[in-house]
Design a protein around this ligand. Structure first.
Ligand code: NDP
Length: 311
């Protein structure tokens, strides 16, 4: 066995970094695997205005970097890469990284997050942070009196459209059919909102304008009439669901039908050595501050577990 650790943390977003700060301060020398998106979702946002303690706001990447440095100051070690295989049945727990490295640990904090599902349009990724977003709570404020578009037909899309109607001059909700997965109450609320215009049986085919460096409009296709047309848009919000990053744990951890970790109270999973933190379990709040709080909870539970086991 090459190395046996007390705590390994998977993920370096708000949840993982906070868990690292707490476990490092408890002298547990945590090892953090940064994952395929180092810094998590905050690393792709611009200004964060709702994280307490920053009256003027702070850039997402700067906030994440500060957290990382804070954890490193107390002895947390960060490594590039991610865990692709986990054997959670043996003790200590055995992990294998994407470069073939094997790690053994007494406890594991899973803070691998959930990735927004994107439409995979040609210009979508290039315009993230410049008009394209997957988080209305994070970015809605930047579109005061602007034209906003939301794509999706589930509760997320209804919630985001309603929330964004507080800011935008108009909100166009684009959905590929007229069957909505959204709950009746959320759908009716959006339909009753005079600022929200429903555009059904329609898909987005392109987002403009990469050359100008920000969103100016979209190309739409009506799937019934096959009409293709452009529409002016300043803020483009994709709300077609999230994908929790739990693949290496399937079959070992209790996951729900969509792959989210099922909580067994607090930060506990069905395996006593394994704890969850952040969006990998939380499909409801999904905020930087709630993820940070969850990271703190997971760290405290891991610390108490180790103490009870005499380590
Ligand atoms: P859902 O999976 O419920 O809905 C996804 C929506 O996106 C569907 O309308 C789907 O259309 C559409 N979609 C998926 N892929 C594409 C694509 N490639 N192009 C165009 N449209 C696409 O996800 P949500 O995030 O809305 O909700 C997830 C869960 O979280 C649900 O259980 C929901 O109830 C819950 N939630 C609850 C809230 C609340 O109660 N306040 C708020 C937000 C979410 P189609 O139907 O055609 O496949």
């Amino acid at each position: 066995m090459s190395e046996l650790l007390d705590v390994v943390i998977l993920g370096s977003g708000c949840a993982g970094n906070t868990a690292a700060i707490y476990t490092a301060r408890a002298n547990l020398k945590p090892l953090v695997f940064e994952g395929h998106e180092p810094g998590g979702q905050l690393s792709i946002t611009t200004e964060v205005e709702n994280f307490p303690g920053f009256p003027e706001g702070i850039h997402g990447p700067a906030l994440i970097e500060n957290m990382k440095q804070q954890a490193q100051r107390f002895g947390a070690e960060y490594r590039h890469g991610r865990v692709v295989h986990a054997d959670l049945c043996q003790r200590p727990l055995k992990l294998e990284t994407d470069n073939g490295e094997q790690i053994w640990t007494r406890t594991l904090i899973i803070a691998t997050g959930a990735s927004a599902r994107w439409l995979n349009l040609p210009n979508e990724q290039k315009l993230i942070g410049h008009g394209v977003s997957s988080c209305a709570t994070c970015d809605g404020f930047f579109f005061r009196n602007k034209k906003i578009m939301v794509v999706g037909g589930g509760d997320s899309a209804m919630e985001e459209a309603n929330f964004l109607s507080r800011f935008g001059s108009e909100v166009a909700l684009v959905h590929r059919s007229d069957n909505f997965r959204a709950s009746k109450i959320m759908l009716e609320r959006a339909q009753a909102n005079p600022k929200i215009k429903f555009i059904t049986h329609t898909v987005v085919e392109d987002i403009y304008d990469v050359e100008k460096g920000h969103v100016t409009g979209v190309k739409l296709r009506n799937l019934k009439t096959h009409e293709v047309y452009d529409r002016e848009v300043d803020g483009f919000f994709v709300a077609i669901g999230h994908i929790p990053n739990t693949k290496p744990f399937a079959g070992q951890l209790d996951l729900d039908a969509d792959g989210y970790i099922v909580t067994h109270g607090g930060a506990r999973t069905n395996i006593s050595e394994v704890f969850h933190a952040g969006d990998v379990q939380d499909r409801t709040y999904r905020q930087a501050i709630t993820a940070a709080g969850a990271g703190c909870m997971a760290a405290i539970e891991a610390e108490r577990f180790l103490e009870a086991e005499g380590h």
